[in-house]
Design a protein around this ligand. Structure first.
Ligand SMILES: [Zn+2]
Length: 473
């Protein structure tokens, strides 16, 4: 800022001139003094406000006006540029294939909705719905829709044709159906996300479940622990006041947002002179500290005798007609209609359905990690929610749904993913293999030190509120 003389400064300067003038007229014999005026008064006015002068200075007004005009022009240019960018983006978007643009329709599933109801609401006809269901044979994802799940539709409005459907079960799990001529290709997207470990220590007073829920252990976690130890621990008789349980689990998040999914890594019950433990191994099964399996072994085949395998698990199978990848997520057994189908392991009937392609089918849940599916049944002998034991008959082989002949399509899932039931490391063995023992024991050691650290940390914090969020898959 340029310093302009102010009225006061001007006055002070004329004061100096006056003093100098007075001095000039003073007789030479007398000592010359400069009374009144000192340099200080010049300094003070320089700090005084300059507004008055600015307002009345035409040069300053010009400058301010110029700046204001330039600012207005810059803002206008920016707005025009933003408009142009938006126009170009819209053009680029319009040039993209339909399915790469944002979905035109999005729907959140409500209680009481049916798939055909949702499809017809968006004007997608039955024929197209069946094309989607046909592709869904690989996952049967649409049978598991729950309120709150989101459906996204990409529709070629001119042709009245569904081009793509995305089902979002949660942030970590989506299934996408994409049209290829008269059929759909299906892709299941499961994000691993980040898993953050946490640990709780529960002191037993009263029942295990009461003590656990008081300590903030989730009810689904309590259920899983109870299932896990059902053959090893008598919860009613063995546990005494003062016994403790230590739990190590991981919770999933995607981009820092919790998905509500958790998995148990380790559980240790400690009594006065006993220890019962369960550690998750890299095969998805739980073993105790000696490497002995906690789960009862599964049967490799869900039959009482051998049947010919007519088609094996093949994630890269090509569809015979379209030539596109159409995964075969199970093992097909050629068996006559009426052949008894047995539960491959202990579990609970999670689902009993009748599907246009998969036919009559049953889903069994076997604890946190495992699930089996039995398709094309002629008859179902169990109901949803029922407990079954390994080897129990759940129904019979048939040819329901879209099949060329009677057979059982059998699927084995670990953590929500189909695996080859003939080769997967499913809990068939009752102990960790010798070749695996070292890595198992190293893992157990890591779980234990992680638990110790986390429990020490959490004892410095208040206990979390219990919740009922989902567990595993
Ligand atoms: Zn099959």
């Amino acid at each position: 800022m340029a310093l302009k003389p102010t009225p006061k400064a001007t006055l002070a300067l004329s004061g100096i001139s006056f003093a100098v003038a007075v001095a000039l007229y003073w007789p030479e014999s007398e000592p010359v003094t400069v009374p009144l005026i000192t340099p200080e008064p010049i300094e003070i006015p320089r700090r005084a406000p300059v507004q008055a002068q600015v307002q009345s200075d035409p040069q300053i007004i010009d400058e301010a006006e110029q700046i204001a005009t330039e600012l207005a022009l810059a803002l206008q240019r920016e707005a025009e540029e933003a408009e142009e960018r938006a126009r170009l983006e819209a053009e680029a978007l319009a040039a993209l294939p339909l399915t790469e643009r944002p979905a035109q329709l999005e729907y959140s599933v409500n209680v009481g909705d049916t798939l055909s109801g949702i499809f017809s609401r968006f004007g997608i006809n039955q024929r197209q719905m069946y094309q989607v269901l046909e592709a869904d044979y690989a996952y049967l994802a649409l049978d598991t829709l729950m309120p709150g799940n989101r459906l996204r539709f990409w529709v070629d409005e001119a042709a009245n044709r569904l081009e793509q459907l995305e089902v979002e079960f949660d942030m970590a799990h989506r299934v996408v159906f994409s049209r290829h001529q008269e059929s759909f290709e299906v892709e299941e997207i499961i994000l691993e996300g980040d898993w953050l470990a946490s640990s709780s220590e529960v002191a037993i007073h009263g029942s295990f479940s009461q003590a656990a829920s008081r300590a903030g252990v989730r009810s689904a976690e309590v259920q899983q622990i109870t299932d896990l130890f059902k053959d090893k621990l008598d919860f009613r008789r063995q546990l005494r006041a003062g016994d403790t349980v230590r739990v190590l689990r991981e919770s999933q998040s995607i981009d820092g947002v919790a998905t509500g999914k958790h998995r148990l890594l380790a559980v240790e019950f400690e009594g006065r002179n006993w220890l019962q433990s369960a550690y998750l191994h890299n095969d998805g099964s739980y073993y105790d500290e000696d490497g002995q399996s906690l789960a009862r072994a599964f049967m490799r085949h869900p039959f009482s005798r051998d049947h010919r395998i007519s088609s094996r698990f093949n994630p890269n199978r090509l569809h015979p007609v379209t030539g596109r990848v159409s995964p075969h997520n199970g093992t097909d057994y050629a068996a006559a209609t009426g052949t008894p189908i047995l539960a491959a392991g202990d579990g609970v009937v999670g689902r009993v359905e009748d599907h246009p392609i998969a036919g009559k089918y049953v889903v069994l849940e076997h604890g946190g990690q495992y699930r089996t599916r039995y398709l094309h049944m002629s008859r179902i002998d169990v109901r949803r929610g029922q407990s079954v034991t390994r080897g129990q008959q759940i129904g019979a082989v048939g040819a329901t749904g879209r099949v060329t002949g009677a057979h059982l399509h059998y699927e084995f899932h670990i953590n929500g993913r189909a695996v080859d039931s003939l080769n997967a490391r499913i809990p068939m063995a009752t102990a960790v293999a010798d070749s695996d023992k070292q890595s198992f024991l190293a893992q157990v050691y890591q779980y234990q030190s992680q638990m110790t650290d986390l429990i020490a940390q959490s004892q410095a914090r208040p206990e979390p509120e219990p919740d009922n969020s989902s567990y595993g898959e």
